[in-house]
Design a protein around this ligand. Structure first.
Ligand code: NAD
Length: 472
């Protein structure tokens, strides 16, 4: 298959920058080539960092109202090109255009950009008395390096870039080599409404040269905001130590959902499904383990399987596809391995057998316990283990036993009772009777090895600033 999309370049200092080499981006739905991306190296990174540093003084000197207006212009620009960006996401990421797919992702990115534009961190007076006046200012850091994963390429890049810009920082953005196209195009579009050098892009195949590691160690970058796996996040921390960079690390999780004995299986089945299978399970805060009380275990499994059994999996450009393929071969192999190991011991209630190419059907496996890899490893794909419990203390102990903690959920007919359980879960967000519903006004982040720092809302904005106290 030939390249579907035109030649997408890096944007550095406001202009197109071509590289000597390009790499293929695979369309996971067809196995063909969705496009090619520039394979940047140290030279392009140095150029991008220099351009972002050169743009910083004028950008950070802008008034709050000017920064707000510029971020709103970015949101308008993304909205005007929503369909083009959605098509690119589907071609490289695989998710359907329709439903909770690429168009939904772009809609979220536009909404998030607009909401972030409207936030502000005004100066605070900490003291004003006969001892003196103390004002606290939040100042931008400088150049922010953004490193993103392949599951929501545009949405996550917006989560990084917009708060950085809003607080007066400039940006160098690196997309995942699996999904660089929509991100590169998005940054090209942002540059139509932003001054040169304020946002720059550096895609890289990460074979001979590791762009993320080079960014993390770069002297000209003041902060890294990273979203990706736990192992890579730890490498970011190591590479950045020498330069004392500020870090926000949004890493993997293994979210538990706990269904209490008083939940209504029919009522919660749809929410359980989408909590676990949104974006084909390739979502940081998706439900990755489901603990169900003995009294209603079979009824919950039956209702969940009935709902999931009607979900159509297919190529993303088909309007009737509800879920697409797994994004890449490595992830597909991981899901296939975990399912193969789990089926040896558990009961496959739905799915279990790989489809063609990278397609894997929604898979639900019951009868598993704490020592099954599908339970204790992050599958990041369309396979949900169901674990039966009879004592809530035991369910909570199992839910909290892992060294990650991003999200969690409690499902019950009694919200107050559910809240008591929720507060005892070791994770950054807990939902009652839903899972993974993140919002632009609510701080989101992990505990334990899921990372540190938060995104979204005013708390998220603060992460892109440093405090200066002025005494007079
Ligand atoms: P990944 O860690 O493999 O890659 C993430 C990014 O890091 C990519 O751009 C990659 O090129 C880059 N990278 C690779 N080596 C690097 C290095 N040495 N230093 C710096 N950067 C490097 O993750 P992935 O497979 O793309 O994404 C899936 C993972 O991301 C899952 O674990 C998922 O849970 C997690 N995730 C977390 C969140 C969250 O908000 N917490 C959101 C989405 C995904």
């Amino acid at each position: 298959m030939t390249e579907t999309f035109g030649s997408i370049a890096l944007t550095i200092g406001g202009g197109r920058v071509e590289t000597a080499a390009r790499f293929d981006v695979i369309n996971p739905g067809t196995g063909g080539i969705a496009g090619t991306a520039p394979d940047a190296g140290q030279a392009e990174l140095d150029l991008a960092v220099a351009a972002a540093n050169a743009a910083f003084p004028a950008w950070s000197a802008r008034s709050d109202a000017e920064l707000q207006a510029a971020c709103t212009a970015v949101a308008d620009m993304l909205e005007a090109h929503a369909e083009e960006l959605a098509q690119l996401i589907t071609a490289e990421q695989g998710k359907p255009l329709a439903g909770i797919g690429s168009r939904w992702e772009i809609g979220g990115a536009v909404g998030w950009a607009r909401y972030t534009a409207g936030l502000s961190l005004p100066m605070q007076v900490l003291q004003d008395n006969d001892q003196g006046r103390v004002e606290m200012y939040r100042k931008p850091l400088g150049v922010v390096g953004s490193i993103t994963p392949w599951n929501f390429p545009v949405l996550i890049a917006v989560w990084h870039i917009l708060p950085a810009l809003r607080t007066g920082n400039t940006v160098v953005s690196k997309p995942s080599p699996a999904t660089p196209l929509a991100s590169l195009r998005m940054i090209e579009l942002m540059n139509e409404v932003l001054p040169s050098g304020v946002v720059n892009s550096v895609s890289c195949q990460d074979t001979d040269f590791n762009m993320g590691a080079a960014m993390s160690g770069h002297d000209g970058i003041a902060k890294i905001v990273f979203t990706g796996s736990c192992g890579t996040g730890q490498k970011v921390m190591q590479s950045s130590a020498g330069t004392m960079k500020r870090l926000t690390l949004e890493m993997g999780g293994n979210d538990a959902g706990i269904v209490l004995s008083d939940a209504d299986p029919e009522k919660i089945a749809e929410g359980l499904f989408w909590g676990a299978f949104i974006n084909n399970g390739q979502t940081c805060a998706a439900m990755k383990r489901l603990y169900v009380h003995d009294d209603i275990h079979d009824a919950v499994c039956k209702a969940l399987v009935a709902y999931a059994g009607n979900i159509k999996v297919g190529e993303g450009t088909r309007e009737d596809s509800v879920l697409g393929p797994v994004q890449n071969q490595m992830q597909f192999d991981k899901v296939a391995r975990l399912v193969a190991q789990a089926r040896a011991k558990g009961q496959v209630l739905l799915g279990g057998d790989a489809g063609e190419g990278l397609f894997f059907p929604p898979t639900i496996i019951a009868g598993l316990g704490a020592d099954d890899p599908l339970v204790y490893e992050e599958q990041f794909g369309p396979a949900l283990p169901v674990i039966r419990y009879s004592d809530i203390e035991d369910a909570l102990a199992q839910a909290n036993a892992l060294d990650v903690g991003l999200g969690g959920s409690v499902w019950s007919g009694n919200v107050d009772k559910a809240k008591e359980v929720a507060k005892r879960m070791e994770c950054g967000s807990v939902w009652i009777n839903s899972h993974g519903m993140i919002q632009p006004n609510v701080p989101f982040g992990g505990v334990k090895k899921s990372g540190f720092g938060v995104e979204f809302g005013e708390e998220g904005l603060k992460e892109y600033t440093t405090i200066q106290a002025v005494f007079s």
